[in-house]
Design a protein around this ligand. Structure first.
Ligand code: SAM
Length: 267
């Protein structure tokens, strides 16, 4: 049958079912999201349980810490009701509540948290604050560590409305262009690019932060799914590069990921 001329036509119904099942799931998620979510940018979502497990192994490889320890950090933030409640209340209070969701859906930022807990950096710098979800999550890690501060940088003076209460005590929020301000932030123990997602700007940030970075400090990019800037930078500086791909459980969006350049000794 497979050799006959009618084979493609005979297989067509089965292929149609396969592609329809895939698209039906995405259509169902799309309709649910359109009706339930208020977000129009920087979407938040949860990851599948298996994706959390893959994230634990990814962070374990990058940090050199046992996977059992990393699973503990992931569980810690998933069950941090104080943080979840803070995000809900701060969103409800904000002027942007009509275009933001109140539920805590951190996606890949769980990996940022676990890495900050595992490595206990003295100073984490995040470019691109937006609402401040990443900054709050990183601040929660610093508060649990009992040491360290977060600097978050954004061009938008209205950014960072979630950064309040005890979380604000661990965060310095700078307003301005990240590539210009990175020269002023002092020693950096962990860096996250999440601002203007062009190859040139991303590379300008890596070059600006490099002289201030601890020799063992990881450099993360929130744009590595779509850009080779971080892997190029890793190669030019003799670092390892790895990428974790998100698998969202509750949204039509294909997800983002975590690119990380880290010292070769952890490989
Ligand atoms: C994807 S959002 C950041 C999301 C945030 N890190 C989080 O965890 O939700 C990107 C942010 O980068 C900011 N941005 C754009 N260009 C920038 C620049 N040149 N310097 C600093 N921030 C910039 C935007 O205003 C926007 O708030």
């Amino acid at each position: 049958m497979a050799r006959s001329r009618i084979a493609p036509a005979a297989a067509f119904p089965m292929r149609l079912v396969q592609v329809s099942q895939f698209n039906y799931r995405n259509l169902r998620l799309s309709v649910r999201w359109l009706l339930r979510s208020r977000e129009s940018t920087n979407y938040t979502y949860n990851l599948t349980p298996l994706n959390h497990e893959h994230l634990a192994w990814f962070i374990s490889s990058v940090s050199g810490r046992p996977v059992t320890e990393i699973r503990g950090y992931i569980e810690e933030i998933k069950t941090d009701t104080e943080l979840h409640e803070h995000i809900r209340r701060a969103t409800e209070r904000s002027a942007r509540r009509g275009i933001a969701d109140t539920e805590f859906r951190p996606g890949r930022r769980i990996g940022w948290y676990a890495l900050a807990r595992a490595l206990r950096p003295h100073h984490v710098v995040e470019t691109g604050t937006d609402k401040g979800l990443g900054a709050c999550i990183l601040a929660a890690a610093m508060l649990r560590n009992g040491v360290g501060r977060v600097t978050t940088i954004d061009v938008n003076p209205d950014s960072g409305y979630l950064v309040s209460g005890s979380y604000a005590s661990a965060v310095d929020h700078l307003i301005g262009d990240s590539a210009n301000l990175l020269g002023q932030v002092g020693p950096v123990g962990m860096f996250i690019h999440d601002s203007l997602h062009t190859y040139e700007h991303e590379m300008a940030e890596f070059r600006a932060v490099a002289p201030h970075l601890s020799p063992d400090g990881p450099v993360l990019s929130d744009h590595a799914r779509w850009s080779g800037a971080l892997s190029d930078w890793a190669q030019s500086t003799g670092r390892q590069f790895l990428f974790f791909c998100e698998e969202p459980s509750d949204i039509w969006h294909p997800g983002n990921g975590i690119g990380v350049a880290f010292p070769a000794r952890h490989a």
